[in-house]
Ligand binder design. Structure first.
Ligand code: GDP
Length: 193
């Protein structure tokens, strides 16, 4: 799950090797995309938050639909991955905070945590952040979601990757494998490329 255009479908493609739809015109709301993989199902959730060309009412409806989905189904969810676009996270978060609001990514992270989900925060598009700036933006992300920086203390939660270049993807897969084994669900890992 994640905001529109952060790279959710690209992440699903990297993890599963499946040719899922990537780069659909941003602004087009979509339904939940489901991929059956053995006994598990992968869900690519609709993007939430601001999308150009989509009315506020439609955005709110999508958000409500996602929240309701998680409330009703959290017992069946083995793992949740929230994807953020780390290259624009800081600017977008600042904009929300200037308006006195909690950034929607941050709000969703707390919501998923409160539901008790096993949760990874995938900081995607790290290729767009200069090497020298990476620690600073990741520290800021950690702080915003309530994990005291440095972010390197939280590498079991915050995972910087580039779904385009493949950087960090093997680390994410490793964490998913570890977590699934820890949960006694290692036998359901067939979907992971
Ligand atoms: P979704 O709307 O969240 O499912 O996002 P998509 O997977 O469709 O990706 C949206 C756009 O971001 C596409 O043009 C992707 O090629 C691009 N994108 C996805 N991941 C990355 C990444 O890690 N780095 C860069 N530079 N672009 C990415």
């Amino acid at each position: 799950m994640g905001r529109s255009n952060v790279g959710k479908s690209s992440v699903v493609r990297q993890l599963t090797g499946k040719k899922v739809l990537v780069g659909k015109r941003p602004g087009v709301t979509k339904r939940i995309n489901r991929y059956q993989v053995g006994e598990m199902e992968i869900l690519d959730m609709p993007g939430f938050g601001f999308m150009s060309g989509v009315s506020r009412t439609a955005q709110e409806r999508t958000k409500t639909e996602i929240v309701r989905y998680f409330e009703l189904n959290h017992g069946k969810i083995v793992l949740a991955l929230e994807v953020v676009d780390i290259s624009s996270f800081s600017d977008i978060a600042d904009r929300w905070e200037k308006r006195g609001q909690i950034p929607v990514d941050v709000e969703f992270f707390s919501f998923l945590k409160e539901l008790g989900l096993n949760l990874f925060l995938v900081a995607n598009k790290i290729d767009l952040v200069h090497n020298d700036d990476r620690d600073a933006v990741l520290d800021e992300l950690a702080e915003k979601i309530g994990l005291p920086p440095p972010w390197r203390q939280w590498t079991d939660v915050i995972v910087p990757i580039s779904a385009n270049t493949g950087e960090g993807v093997s680390e994410l897969k490793k964490l998913i494998r570890q977590k699934m084994h820890e949960l006694g669900k290692g036998r359901y890992l067939g979907w992971l490329k």
